[in-house]
Design a protein around this ligand. Structure first.
Ligand SMILES: NC(=O)c1ccc[n+]([C@@H]2O[C@H](COP(=O)([O-])OP(=O)(O)OC[C@H]3O[C@@H](n4cnc5c(N)ncnc54)[C@H](OP(=O)(O)O)[C@@H]3O)[C@@H](O)[C@H]2O)c1
Length: 250
């Protein structure tokens, strides 16, 4: 039996990954700043200061690094994690990243790309998986935008994927040997955000005027070009509409 540690285990992706891994034979530990109090194998660690990390990693064979603080500190967190993983002789470190981190000049993306590079430069056995946006992210954006009297939406395409399907891929990778950067993972369809916003309103039986939001600058231009899409890897099966159907109470 191997020991696996999942960072960010309480997040949208991490909960699926942890549930899946716990259906197998491995011993699964979790890590976050505010862990599930009912989880007896949870470690409370803020990766940005790293206190408690060595104990969490003691005896770990495979480490899935899913934790992320979009407001800042991911590079610091990764530096602590790499150091502690080397000390603990972790065999395999799997990192979840985002399609386009090297093509979209968003601060958060640049940091994730730097973390990818730091992992690849380390002497750890590493696997890096980039995916498109999760359904949960698109849903959260729609939720906020639908609070306004008229609903704005970014005038770009998207290719959202179900985090449960990303979790499946990660759980498989956790059974394999380190593979470096693996094929990107995209949702089943590339759709205009206008359609996703419409789907959201329909699922919630809301009627609202919608209007396209365009922004000047290189970031928006990169999204317009589709730098965040994986047209060659439409691997996911669950559409945004199906995801909402499965998770939204009427
Ligand atoms: N959402 C997307 O569309 C998308 C697309 C592609 C890739 N990804 C990547 O997938 C990963 C998971 O995304 P998600 O949407 O599931 O995120 P999420 O729901 O926001 O969950 C983030 C997790 O990280 C933990 N965390 C945050 N800061 C931490 C810190 N400093 N130390 C320890 N734990 C910390 C959080 O728990 P606490 O708050 O309790 O610490 C939580 O468990 C991220 O790396 C993200 O970049 C996301």
């Amino acid at each position: 039996m191997r020991t696996i540690l999942v960072t960010g285990a309480t997040g949208a992706l991490g909960t699926h990954v942890t549930d899946l891994l716990r259906q197998g034979q491995d011993h699964v530990r979790t890590l976050s700043r505010h862990p599930d109090p009912t989880d007896p194998h949870a470690h409370t660690v803020d990766l940005r200061n790293g206190a408690g990390l060595h104990r969490a990693l003691d005896g770990v064979h495979t480490l899935l690094h899913l934790a992320s603080t979009p407001t800042g500190g991911d590079l610091q967190a990764a530096t602590h994690l790499i150091g502690a993983a080397r000390t603990a002789r972790v065999h395999h470190l799997i990192y979840i990243s985002i399609v386009g981190v090297d093509r979209i000049p968003l601060g958060y993306y640049k940091t994730k790309h730097t973390v990818e590079q730091a992992l690849q430069a380390s002497d750890l056995g590493v696997t890096i998986l980039r995916t498109t946006q999760f359904h949960t992210l698109i849903e959260g954006l729609c939720q906020r935008m639908a609070r306004l009297p008229a609903m704005p939406y970014p005038d770009v395409d998207a290719q959202p994927i179900d985090p449960a399907e990303v979790a499946l891929r990660l759980a498989r990778l956790a059974q394999e040997e380190p593979a470096g950067r693996v094929h990107d993972l995209g949702g089943p369809h590339i759709e205009p955000f206008a359609d996703l916003a419409h789907t959201y309103l329909q699922a919630h039986r809301m009627h609202k005027h919608r209007w396209p939001l365009r922004a000047p600058g290189r970031i928006f231009a990169a999204y317009r070009r589709g730098a965040h899409l994986a047209p060659d890897h439409p691997v996911g099966r669950t559409t945004f509409a199906q995801y909402l159907h499965n998770t939204t109470r009427p």
